[in-house]
Design a protein around this ligand. Structure first.
Ligand SMILES: [Zn+2]
Length: 186
């Protein structure tokens, strides 16, 4: 569900659809027909796609949906899915280490080997995943912060003052169709 939500609903596909409707078609702002990858829009684009998973599946509903609907459809044994989610949640607390490690690597203060070792130690990645992650940093450079940090920024803006679900969706939609930096209270 992470990928489906991130790429389609309520992530990237919805973001582009709202931009097209509210910026390009409604206001004739043709510049929004382009979405430059490395741009200030990226943190909202990736952050909203990441946060959208939580918005679409509040509480335990993602786990329940995957366990009760998707796994049986796919013929996958989901008997350990609760444990998987516990690990996932615990690992999320390590996310900020990624920014520090990536900054060290991209600023040239850490070698490739030190970066791999730090990813294994502080993010608990396997060596294979740490190497794969390094290749992502090589290709996308500082773009890597858009996912975790973007999710935090969009989540804070949507959930400020603990609003009801309708308000959360309205705020989310407004963040997507008004491509400015998402801040609390907007
Ligand atoms: Zn994305």
């Amino acid at each position: 569900m992470d990928i489906g939500c991130h790429e389609a609903y309520p992530g990237h596909h919805v973001y582009s659809s709202l931009i097209e409707r509210d910026r390009v078609n409604a206001l004739g702002q043709i510049e929004f027909t382009l979405l430059p990858l490395y741009s200030p829009l990226a943190i909202v684009a990736e952050g909203s796609a990441e946060y959208g998973v939580k918005l679409a599946f509040p509480g335990d509903s993602q786990l329940e949906y995957e366990r009760d609907v998707l796994a049986p459809l796919a013929g996958i044994d989901a008997s350990e899915i609760e444990g998987y989610y516990e690990v996932r949640e615990a690992l999320a607390g390590l996310a900020p280490a990624y920014y520090t490690i990536a900054a060290g690597y991209l600023d040239g203060t850490m070698t490739r080997e030190e970066t791999i070792a730090a990813s294994m130690r502080y993010r608990l990645l396997s060596r294979e995943r740490a190497e794969q992650n390094l290749r992502f940093m090589d290709t996308y450079r500082s773009y890597v912060i858009n996912y975790g940090l973007g999710e935090e920024i969009v989540g804070d803006a949507v959930e400020a003052d603990d609003p009801d679900r309708d308000t959360q969706w309205q705020r989310f939609s407004s963040i997507l169709s008004n491509p400015l930096l998402a801040v609390k209270g907007r």
